[in-house]
Design a protein around this ligand. Structure first.
Ligand code: SAM
Length: 293
């Protein structure tokens, strides 16, 4: 069997992946004003449904700033908004979008969300979306400790993450593909961080961090794009095949057979992405200033 390549893992891969996506949006596939508007509108439901604060709000792993833009609009520009992300390119994208829309005064900081540069009790609300599943277990612990630390008593934490609890056969197939992709990537020298969050775990976990659960929902379909677009599925497959091509021959044949069988099933049943997990929790104590909407 041939030599296995060196393993690339962890944050470097996350930064590489999200820099690539942000660069595409900045340079090659810049959205039209209508597309940007649609993206921002698409972020608002979560805050209307689960509530938000008008005071100081922090978005962890803010990426290209869509949630910050949504919050800026729904609070009528009254909230003091902060976004932290570790990837330069996504912060550049956020700045560029704010500039395009004439939005000023949002604080963007480069940093790791497992060690926040804010004093204790400085936020009325902390929010995070599509970030926590890209960290490892120890980091998740540090992040949640930081959430608890920077929240004011009565402050709220709202998280949204993909949820790997499959409900339908199509979703099981998606999971099967993702698991196969992880195995292949690992052998090809890549270990892109993916942790699987489930409702019961999040419920226990938030309470172990001293946060009081206010709401826990699993939404099927996955809100990030459903029914799954054919191009998106093709893109995932392209990545799996690319990693597969890096494997030594014997392994490649073994995994190719597994992939072929999964794709046969996909052909018969169709594939669907997983579900979305939303949790809202609060830090016990006095109600934060500004009240909750
Ligand atoms: C899928 S994107 C989501 C971006 C944004 N929250 C949204 O909903 O569009 C994940 C983001 O999390 C950031 N991220 C992941 N781990 C991080 C960490 N430990 N510290 C800071 N940012 C992190 C990545 O740089 C990336 O921009």
């Amino acid at each position: 069997m041939g030599e296995l390549p060196d393993l690339k893992a962890g944050k470097d891969l996350v930064i590489e992946e999200f820099s690539r996506i942000a660069e595409e949006l900045l340079e090659r596939e810049r959205e039209t004003p209508e597309e940007l508007r649609e993206k921002i509108e698409g972020r608002k439901w979560r805050f209307y449904r689960y509530g938000y604060k008008a005071g100081r709000i922090l978005d962890l792993g803010c990426g290209g700033g869509l949630d910050l833009l949504a919050l800026h609009e729904i609070t009528g520009g009254k909230a003091e908004l902060y976004g932290v992300d570790m990837t330069d390119k996504v912060l550049e994208l956020a700045e560029e979008r704010f500039g395009r829309l004439g939005v000023e005064g949002v604080h963007l900081l480069k940093g790791d969300i497992s060690s926040l540069p804010f004093p204790d009790g400085s936020f009325d609300m902390v929010t995070v979306a599509w970030v926590l599943h890209h960290v490892d277990g120890e980091e998740l612990d540090r992040i949640l400790d930081e959430v608890r630390r920077v929240l004011r008593p009565g402050g709220i934490f709202l998280m949204l993450e993909p949820c790997s609890l499959p409900f339908t056969e199509g979703q099981w197939l998606w999971m099967e593909l993702m698991r196969l992709q992880s195995d292949i990537e690992l052998l090809a020298g890549r270990d892109f961080p993916r942790i699987h969050l489930t409702p019961q775990f999040i419920k226990e976990y938030l309470s172990s961090k001293g946060l009081k659960l206010e709401a826990l929902d699993v939404l099927t379909p996955y809100v990030g794009g459903f029914p799954m677009k054919a191009e998106f599925f093709e893109e995932e497959l392209r990545k799996i095949r690319e990693e597969l091509s890096k494997l030594p021959t014997e392994l490649r044949g073994h995994f190719q057979k597994k992939l072929d069988f999964t794709l046969r099933k996909v052909g018969m049943i169709g594939v669907e992405k997983g579900s979305t997990l939303i949790a809202k929790a609060s830090l016990p104590g006095a109600a934060a200033e500004g009240g909750e909407r």
